[in-house]
Design a protein around this ligand. Structure first.
Ligand code: PLP
Length: 294
């Protein structure tokens, strides 16, 4: 879901003589499908973070923190690494940092190969897609088709295979980006753990992500897990990123498909073939058999 960008202006309106709130916008999931303008300085967030690689369709890589220069004095540095000091003394905890924000915060050797590649990547994007509008429309078409196809899948007994973790249809690109997350149930209503889906996809040459996806609110809401339960389960050993996709009968995450400018309709069709083959039960499974996998 895309939250309204006007919120940073609304937060600013709450400022008083004695209290000021600064806004950091995490635009990592926003910029792969939408243009973000910081032209109106006063209406813009004070800080923006984003990941370049998600725009270009890579699994990891370079990101950025954008800071209003006037906020430089409030940023106090604790940790330091190579190249970000003016002076340091070997036997006393004392050091001074340069004034320029960029010099002060780029600890260690910057990822210069990726930085050089950015120019070429943006040029290629421009050449291929000719602007964000086309990217946005492309992603909207693919995700609408994908989400509707997934939601319409039925087992032999008419029960749905997939529950999509969203309140809305995906056809409105003002409100939705290119990320679809969902859970899967078997025809006997038992949950399918997301880990086996990710692994089976991987064996079939499909790269997806699964798990809690660093989103505790989403885990809680879509899998009906309350605060008490979360804490109790932690006490009994449930932690983020472990192998317990299902714990005490409840699912602790989802399967997630991400679509971007570089995704093609063929990618979607390959996914749907894979998914139908392994997760849509065309007849009752024989006794004791858990999955369609041979
Ligand atoms: C991907 C993502 C992140 C993490 O970005 P990294 O570049 O991997 O550090 C943070 N927030 C959101 C909303 C994301 O989509």
């Amino acid at each position: 879901m895309k939250f309204p960008l006007e919120w940073s202006q609304k937060v600013r309106e709450l400022n008083t003589e004695t209290s000021k709130t600064l806004v950091l916008l995490d635009a990592a999931a926003y910029v792969p499908t939408s243009k973000l303008s910081l032209a109106k300085k006063d209406a813009s967030p004070d800080f923006v973070i984003l990941s370049f690689y998600k725009i270009f369709g890579f699994p990891t890589g370079l990101g950025a923190l954008i800071v209003k220069n006037e906020l430089e004095p409030i940023l106090k540095k604790g940790y330091f690494g190579g190249g970000t000091l003016k002076t340091v003394i070997h036997n006393v905890p004392w050091q001074t940092f340069p004034h320029e924000l960029v010099v002060r915060y780029e600890d260690g050797t910057v990822n210069f190969q990726n930085i050089i590649a950015l120019d070429y990547a943006f040029d290629s994007m421009e050449r291929l897609f000719k602007g964000y509008k086309n990217i946005s429309n492309h992603v909207q078409c693919l995700i609408t088709y994908l989400s509707r196809s997934m939601a319409s899948l039925r087992h032999w007994n008419g029960e749905p295979v997939v529950s999509v973790n969203s309140d809305r249809d995906f056809s409105d690109n003002k409100q939705q980006g290119g990320v679809l997350s969902f859970n899967i149930t078997r025809s006997d209503d038992e949950a399918v753990g997301y880990l086996q889906v990710e692994r089976l996809a991987s064996m079939n040459g499909i790269h997806i992500r699964s798990g809690g996806l660093c989103n505790p609110g989403s885990i809680s809401r879509w899998n009906d897990i309350d605060v008490e339960e979360s804490i109790q389960n932690f006490v009994h050993g449930k932690v983020c990123g472990d192998e317990n996709d299902i714990f005490n009968g409840k699912t602790y995450g989802a399967v997630r498909l991400s679509i971007g400018a570089m995704t093609t309709i063929d990618d979607i069709l390959i996914w749907l073939d894979f998914f139908r083959k392994y997760y849509v039960e065309k007849k009752p499974l024989s006794k004791g058999k858990k999955f369609l996998i041979k």
